[in-house]
Design a protein around this ligand. Structure first.
Ligand code: SAH
Ligand code: SF4
Ligand code: F3S
Length: 468
């Protein structure tokens, strides 16, 4: 048994990052024979990408996927710790699974992902959720076959969570969720330690993947017919900063742009590390999509300082203005309201910033204290009601600009990578180069292609169009 430990998780040393290669050598490679599995993912793209690895490992052990968890023999919850409600969702599901297990004695339940890295979650599982068969963390996903074998063989609760800075595992099998769009990890972990954020504790030290491994993966995806890659990391602009040679995000972006992949996206960008050279590379290559996610978090320099974001409102705006000069660009953001000590004036500064930037999209949140983080210890006098009112006001403001941003495209022709049938009857849906959802009429044979679509209607969260 190995339990998570926050003290260890917080450590950052100069110790070299080891690259490991995935392999497994089991007696019981057939533990999945005649069994079905279901994996539920609660978190970000990184978490979704981990699920793609988890599914492929399970299939190597001969499990077969089912989309109905009630029918599954093995259920894994890949969890997220970012806010309280992500926690509540996972614990709610564990509650439902308890009843299911009372009916299906042989059901095997596992929990992994960021919540598994939290000390309190794991002690709770040991005490109150004894029916959970196994827990593993974000640093040892590659150990899943062994953990499963032990859980199946012994029938005991298996807990294996490492709290370390982290290595890089190459060569993990993968079952991609989409046939045209792929996530490619370029780095793991985060060293920024924004005071509200749990990620540096749950994902370990910032560590970049070798460029050759990344380019090899992208080239294979091109060969398989993929049309889009999203380069993933908590803070992709810091890519390469941990190398002892000079190779940074602008070099990587340029090298990926020189492959034959038609579309490149990247996320998330921390404003601190966004260089002018990166902007030049984005402008230079047509296959780098003009759509940038640049979380601001707050429009008050006082709050930004307390958040440990390392930039002021003015510095954010300077960068924002430079990015706006990229032809055709859309810029989205994340904003937190109700950070401890945020006053009405601070909040109004956030509204002012939104009114200045007119973001094309934004994800807005109420501050959620996360155990172990610095901000969780700050005094917080604002009531939940006040925070909800701020969120409501903020949403009203950001929504207005989403609509305006969409309306600017009316009558224009946009490039769309067709995802599949839309929720609307007999329509297709896809995303524009600027990352806007569009529904349009068209034939199913277009799925997976990049097509020209004329925008005929603009709503707050989507566009309608017709194929040109
Ligand atoms: N690495 C990314 C963010 C990943 S988390 C970055 O630095 O931009 C995604 C978003 O969740 C954050 O941008 C932030 O807005 C929000 N978030 C993170 N921790 C939070 C917390 N404790 N309470 C509320 N929102 C939070
Ligand atoms: Fe969290 Fe900040 Fe790291 Fe983003 S940069 S993952 S918000 S600590
Ligand atoms: Fe959640 Fe972990 Fe991602 S906390 S947002 S799943 S890195």
């Amino acid at each position: 048994m190995q339990l998570p430990n926050y003290k260890e998780a917080r450590k950052r040393t100069k110790e070299e990052i080891k690259k490991e290669f995935y392999s497994y050598n089991l007696d019981a490679t057939n533990i999945g024979l005649n069994k079905t599995y279901f994996v539920k993912t609660y978190g970000c793209q990184m978490n979704e990408h981990d699920t793609e690895n988890i599914k492929a490992m399970l299939e190597q052990l001969n499990f077969v996927e089912t989309d109905d968890y009630l029918k599954a023999d093995l259920i894994i919850l890949n969890t997220c710790s970012i806010r309280e409600n992500a926690h509540n969702k996972a614990f709610g599901m564990l509650g439902r699974l308890k009843h299911l297990k009372e009916e299906k004695k042989n059901l095997v339940i596992g929990l992994c992902g960021c919540m598994a890295q939290e000390e309190k979650v794991v002690t709770d599982i040991m005490k109150k959720y004894k029916y959970v068969n196994f827990v593993f963390g974000t640093h040892n996903i590659h150990r899943l076959p062994y953990i499963l074998e032990e859980a199946f063989k012994t029938g005991k609760q298996v807990i294996e969570v490492y709290s370390k800075e982290g290595n890089i595992t190459e060569g993990m099998p993968i079952k991609r969720a989409n046939k045209f769009k792929a996530y490619v990890n370029i780095m793991y972990g985060c060293d920024k330690f924004c005071t509200y954020c749990i990620v540096p504790f749950t994902r370990g030290k910032q560590r970049s993947r070798d460029k050759d491994d990344i380019l090899k993966e992208v080239n294979e995806l091109v060969k398989e017919g993929y049309k889009e890659v999203t380069l993933l990391g908590q803070n992709v602009n810091a890519y390469g900063k941990d190398f002892d040679y000079h190779y940074t995000m602008e070099n990587l972006l340029e090298d990926v742009a020189k492959t034959d992949i038609p579309r490149i996206r990247f996320m998330t960008s921390h404003p601190w590390d966004f260089t002018d050279q990166m902007i030049e590379v984005i402008k230079k290559y047509d296959n780098i999509m003009p759509s940038i996610h640049l979380p601001v978090q707050s429009g008050s320099s006082k709050v930004l300082k307390l958040m440990g974001r390392r930039y002021t409102k003015e510095e954010y705006i300077t960068l924002f203005d430079k990015l706006r000069k990229i032809p055709n660009v859309t810029i989205s953001t994340d904003i937190i309201v109700g950070f401890p000590s945020e006053t009405e004036e601070d909040f109004n500064e956030t509204l002012d910033l939104v009114n200045y930037c007119k973001f094309d999209n934004a994800y807005t949140f109420i501050f959620s204290p996360r155990e172990g983080t610095a901000a969780a210890k700050l005094e917080d006098k604002t009531t939940l009601k006040e925070k909800e009112e701020r969120l409501y006001k903020l949403n009203e403001t950001v929504n207005k600009y989403f609509l305006e941003s969409n309306q600017r495209l009316l009558g224009k022709t946009v490039d769309v990578l067709v995802d599949g049938p839309s929720e609307k009857e007999r329509m297709l849906c896809g995303y524009t180069d600027t990352n806007k959802l569009i529904n349009f009429t068209g034939d199913d044979s277009l799925i997976g292609q990049i097509v020209k679509v004329e925008v005929t209607d603009a709503k707050t969260w989507s566009l309608d169009g017709k194929q040109k």
